[in-house]
Design a protein around this ligand. Sequence first.
Ligand code: PLP
Length: 355
Amino acid sequence: MTFEEARAQFPMLERYAYLNAGTNGPLARATGEAVIEQTRRDLEHGRSGMAWFERVLELREAARLGLAAVLDADPLHVALTDSTSRGCSIVLSGLGLGAADEVIITDQEHFGLTAPVHAAGVRVVVTEADEDAIVAAVTPRTRLIATSHVLWTTGRRLDLRRVREDSGIPVLVDGAQSAGAIRVAAGEFDFYTVSAQKWLCGPEPTGALFVRDPEQLRVTAPGYLAQTSYEPTGAFAPKEGAARFDSGWLATPMLLGLQAALATHPEWRYERAAEQAARCRELLGAHVDVVTPAGHSTLVSFRPSGDPAELVAALDDAGVIVRELPGRNLVRASCGWWTSDEDLQRLAAGIAAAA
Ligand SMILES: Cc1ncc(COP(=O)(O)O)c(C=O)c1O
């Protein structure tokens, strides 16, 4: 597939320089049509009966397989979720931690991770977002390190393999800004949680959670599809592997849409996305203070000379979509494999005009 063919899958890219996959990726025509196709089937033929239920189960397994491929993981270790945040909650509640336990996070995490850590009732240790600082914060009471692979603020990528090795502590990775954007090997970690609506361009809400040792994590929010048998008391036999953590029913049209979305990504996606992020850094560097280090991720965050919200609004008026990072005086551009040179030039021209 050529770049032009691959990009042509996304109707909105004909109109906009869309640089916000860090929030939600662009939707491909095939993805939207798949959602509509399943909705139409359900409208015309209903949502019950053995054949329908078997189709739902097949779609779930296809989604698990597709997401496992993105994570370079065995599907047996992958749970279907609706979001990155859900994966964080499943892990934090399942570990059964208490007030005497410490969990290390960094000062650059998203609420989707910090909130489940806080809600677990543990002692939260906040460090600078730096590998050495994280490892230095470990004490005999540390039970978990919970941090992002790619920071949603600065776009910095953390070497979490090193953190895992040097600390010897289980790591929960927030992969919201990595899955689909950079190559991921979830098996290097204990838990890896991702969203599919961002860099994977899936419908929302969809996501996945990799669990290296499913038997060691408690099932704290069992859905009907988490079990193989149950008693009138509610006692149940969990499914084998990570499927026991599946976060309940996922909308069937979204499952078909996700399957279509996962098929839109060309083989060269990671290389091209990295190239476009590098080009973006270079172009913006002439106008603003770029804070994302070179070669880290597909996010390019920068400090504009004026008000970030005003700049985002002015760019929006010009059909260039980026986002502001509230409270940080930063604007963030997300560069995907679908990003064209023209998109980046439109962004740079908009910034120059605003200055
Ligand atoms: C680093 C990070 N973690 C978590 C989330 C939340 O993702 P979700 O809505 O899939 O829970 C985001 C969303 O932007 C994010 O950037």
